[in-house]
Ligand binder design. Structure first.
Ligand code: AR6
Length: 169
């Protein structure tokens, strides 16, 4: 059984086996959570991302997929980078967002991670409405078979926290 917990705060301050990054396909950093993770995690994360780009992910990490690196100076063993879809009006891209959670948990299982912290993927710069992002996140985690014992959603502000709390019921 996977327990879902909610925390309001900065994901880079969390202690967990794995911290999920809402990255972009380049894997080379950006704003939002991505910027914060690289800033606090230090250069070791970017160094591994560059190696991934030089190797298997020469064209970048596709939307909906996930890949792990070291967590550098973060209080975690791994960062799992996933690329959420941008929200596009009139287009249903929710399967791609669900895939981010499923694939991140699959990578976590491969690593043997037991506690995994997620941000609200796609709900910032990529424009996904928070309520819907929360619904997809919670539904997908509940529907995924995984050995991860705790999935912790780390929400940056009160509205995001409340959107996730509403989904947990
Ligand atoms: N801890 C927890 N949540 C955070 C933090 C933090 N330190 N910082 C922001 N959030 P975003 P996206 C929240 O924009 O929408 C980057 O440039 C934020 O309030 O980080 O998937 C990447 O490189 C929001 O609720 O990710 C990509 O180009 C949520 O985390 C692009 O942004 C996600 O916001 C990805 O956009």
């Amino acid at each position: 059984m996977t327990t879902i917990t909610l925390v309001q705060g900065d994901i880079t301050r969390q202690t967990a086996d794995a911290i999920v990054n809402a990255a972009n396909s380049s894997l080379l950093g950006g704003g939002g959570v991505d910027g914060a993770i690289h800033r606090r995690g230090g250069p070791a994360i970017l160094a591994e991302c560059r190696k991934l780009r030089a190797g298997h992910y020469g064209k970048g990490l596709p939307t909906g997929q996930a890949v792990a690196t070291t967590a550098g100076d973060l209080d975690a063993r791994w960062v799992i980078h996933t690329v959420g879809p941008r929200f596009v009006h009139g287009e249903d891209r929710s399967a791609l967002l669900a895939s981010c959670y499923r694939e991140s948990l699959r990578v976590a299982d491969e690593l043997g991670a037991r506690t995994v912290a997620f941000p609200a993927v796609s709900a910032g710069i990529y424009g996904w409405p928070m309520d819907d992002a929360a619904r997809i996140a919670v539904e997908t985690v509940r529907a995924t078979e995984t050995a991860v014992e705790e999935v912790r959603f780390v929400l940056f502000d009160q509205p995001a926290y409340e959107a996730f709390a509403a989904q947990l019921g």
